[in-house]
Design a protein around this ligand. Structure first.
Ligand SMILES: [Zn+2]
Length: 100
């Protein structure tokens, strides 16, 4: 389990100084938005006919691969003065707890 503080002393790129930032945990659904480069390429390939080369076979299913039991943590930092917000990626963790 990873303990994350509710406030962090971080650098604000807009103000140009270090300040105590509010920390919120970002929802994991945000990470999945948009298509990857491979997904875009496959979408184009699927439109036509004939041999699709590398994409002719279905990929190995998720069940056959060893699945990860942890998730990447995304933290949303916000500056108290200028209101700038950004996302900070944290390493993988099974459980996350916010600590004061
Ligand atoms: Zn700021």
């Amino acid at each position: 389990m990873v303990k994350i503080p509710e406030t962090m002393f971080k650098y604000c790129p807009k103000c140009g100084t270090h300040k105590t930032m509010k920390v919120k945990q970002e929802k994991t659904a945000r990470r999945k938005k948009g298509m990857s480069a491979t997904a875009r390429k496959m979408k184009l390939k699927r439109r036509g006919y004939g041999n699709l080369g590398k994409y002719s076979k279905r990929p190995v299913t998720q069940t056959k691969m060893a699945s990860k039991t942890s998730k990447k943590v995304d933290l949303r930092l916000s500056c108290p003065d200028c209101g700038k917000k950004w996302v900070l990626s944290y390493p993988r963790a099974k459980r996350v707890e916010m600590v004061k």
